[in-house]
Structures are given as C-alpha cells and as structure tokens.
Design a protein around this ligand. Sequence first.
Ligand SMILES: [Zn+2]
Ligand SMILES: [Zn+2]
Length: 172
Amino acid sequence: MDLGFHPYSKSNQLAGHQKEKDTPKFKVQKPRKNRKPKSNKNVEMFHNRKVPHWKQRDAVNRKTANQTLRFYGEACAICGDPNYQLHHIQHKGYGIGGRGVWRNLVPLCELHHTGAEGVHTIKAFDQFWKDKHDKLFGPHYFKDRWDLWMEGLIENPTEELYEKFMQSQERR
Ligand SMILES: [Zn+2]
Ligand SMILES: [Zn+2]
C-alpha cells in the first residue's frame, strides 16, 4: 500500500508541469466604470423641506386602499368580481405621475384591469376612468399633498390642508 503524499500525480511530475502549476494565477480585474458620486435619490428638496421619493408617494398603503374600497365597495367597479386589484387611474411615475392616493385608485378585476377588456389594454377604458374621477373629484384627483404644495395650491404639505383642498374640488 502506498500511503505517501503525492500532491501531483506521477504522470504530472514526470511531465515536468510543476512550474506552471505552482505559479499563482491572478484574476484580471476589469476596469471599473466611472461611477457618478452617489446621491440620495430618495429625497428631493423643495423650499428646504424633504419631499419623499415619487416611488414612495405612488405606493398604496392600507389606509388609502380602505378609503377607495369604502367608496367603491370591495369588488371590481365594473362587474362586481370580489377578486380585485387596485388600479392607479393616472399611472404611476416621475413628475406628474399619479400618486397612491385614494381618489386615484379604483378596484378592478383582472379582466377589467390588465385583461382583454382592461384599462391597460383598451385606451378608451383608461380614459373613461380618468374622465370619471376628474368629474367626481376635480382635476387634481391623482395628486398628493406634496404635489399640491409644490404647485402652490396649499400652504403646507399637511394631510389636513390636503383634504380640505380636495374636498373643495369635489363637484358632486
Ligand atoms: Zn371586472
Ligand atoms: Zn393598473
């Protein structure tokens, strides 16, 4: 029995490959791309106040969702299917994008949301909801308190001033 230590197979030793094998291999590092210095993109400043990132402002929280559901009921606003998704009437996005505010949301089933008869499929249906909420809640229905404040429509971005303004816009 051979219990000796053989780091290399006999054939390798005989072939004289030691030198190559012992040479450590260095990974060739790819040159790093010139990166811009990191800035905090989650904070936007306006008149010395921090405005939350639009992604945050587009998100729907439970309170907001419940307000929409209180208005429309817990079902698709078109066919009454209890399996609904909350659709942003004015689509999410940077700048003038629709926010996650209850007046910008409507519960829709899959068919009437992203399906064949959906707002994301048929442009006229998309417009239908935009027109409807414009009539119900006024032209600022998709905005949040930060939008109204930055547009100079309210003095401060508070929930209270926001609601007061929005209620003044309702033409029912
Ligand atoms: Zn439906
Ligand atoms: Zn949608």
